[in-house]
Design a protein around this ligand. Structure first.
Ligand SMILES: NCc1[nH]cc(CCC(=O)O)c1CC(=O)O
Length: 301
């Protein structure tokens, strides 16, 4: 039996897809997996700032269409890049175990505390979530907009003479550049994006044949956390135009969900947390929606 796996062609996408495929091969020795690279619209307009193109589906639509058309059998994405609404006719399986959720600074000189960054340091990021939270901790920083894949962004430290840039730890580690991480931003300083560090395996709805190949690498704990974070995202109808963060941690049957929402200009950032007994995805989702309502209420007060 042959199974075709669709992925974007960026170094990060390919590395993580190869990692998932090697896990799947180990559990399904009788199956031949083939990786198929699919170009998306998002790959073709690398120079446009992300908040100008808005639509999150940009990096996934072509891949989802090939799933629906049976050109591929499963697709692997960064869950963080997936729109909160799942594509009709498709479903996510329970994600494989999640990487480090934190954001990091890539710096010329590593630091041990955010206060060690020079006054007025120039930090590159195109994300409002990262920008406004960093400015809350260090109002003197000069945030410069940057885009591109991870290698491109890191190279901008030199070419645009920056002191550093912000990236997700997960991506930096996956492409093997974690030596260059200069500081791990604690989640209580910069709350990560919903589902940061998590992968999504997408299949056709009710495709039991393919789902059965994936079941052995599912991770229920990651899934509960991610469902709570993505329910928050769906609840605030998250777009790339607003700073949105969410991080859920499941410990001893209790889910701690922290979430952040701000306005477009960053004049107001609301952060709230909720803790509850949680043993199922349904409860996790309800917590996400509940926190979304409460955060929106405070933002619009
Ligand atoms: N938006 C691009 C993107 N999608 C997923 C990751 C990193 C890996 C992850 O969070 O799973 C990145 C790069 C980044 O934000 O630094």
């Amino acid at each position: 039996m042959k199974v075709v796996v669709g992925t974007r062609g960026s170094k990060l996408a390919l590395t993580q897809s190869k990692w998932v495929v090697s896990q799947l091969e180990a559990c399904n020795p009788e199956v031949e997996f083939e990786i198929k690279i699919i170009k998306t619209k998002g790959d073709l307009i690398q120079n446009v700032p992300l908040d100008k193109i808005g639509d999150k589906g940009l990096f996934v639509k072509e891949i989802e269409q090939q799933l629906l058309d049976r050109e591929i059998d499963l697709a692997i994405h960064s869950m963080k890049d997936m729109p909160s609404e799942v594509c009709k006719g498709l479903q996510f399986t329970y994600t494989p175990v999640r990487e480090d959720v934190r954001d990091v600074l890539i710096l010329k000189q590593p630091i041990n505390d955010l206060s060690e960054l020079p006054h007025g340091a120039r930090i590159g990021t195109g994300s409002k979530r990262r920008k406004y939270q960093l400015l809350e901790a260090r109002p003197d920083l000069q945030i410069e907009p940057i885009r591109g894949n991870i290698d491109t962004r890191i190279s901008k430290i030199e070419t645009e003479n920056l002191d550093g840039i912000v990236l997700a730890a997960a991506g930096v580690r996956r492409i093997g550049r974690e030596d260059e991480i200069g500081y791990y931003l604690p989640v209580d300083v910069v709350l990560p994006a919903p589902a940061q560090g998590a992968l999504a395996i997408e299949i056709r709805e009710n495709d039991e044949r393919i789902y059965n190949l994936i079941r052995p690498i599912e991770d229920m704990k990651s899934q509960i956390q991610i469902e709570a974070e993505r329910a928050f995202l769906a609840g605030v109808e998250g777009s790339c135009h607003l700073p949105i963060g969410a991080y859920a941690n499941l410990e001893a049957g209790r889910l701690h969900l922290t979430a952040l929402l701000g306005d477009e200009e960053g004049t107001k950032l609301v952060k709230q947390a909720l803790t509850s007994e949680c043993g199922s995805i349904e409860v996790a989702r309800q917590m996400g929606y509940k926190l979304a309502d409460s955060v929106m209420e405070e933002l619009n007060r």
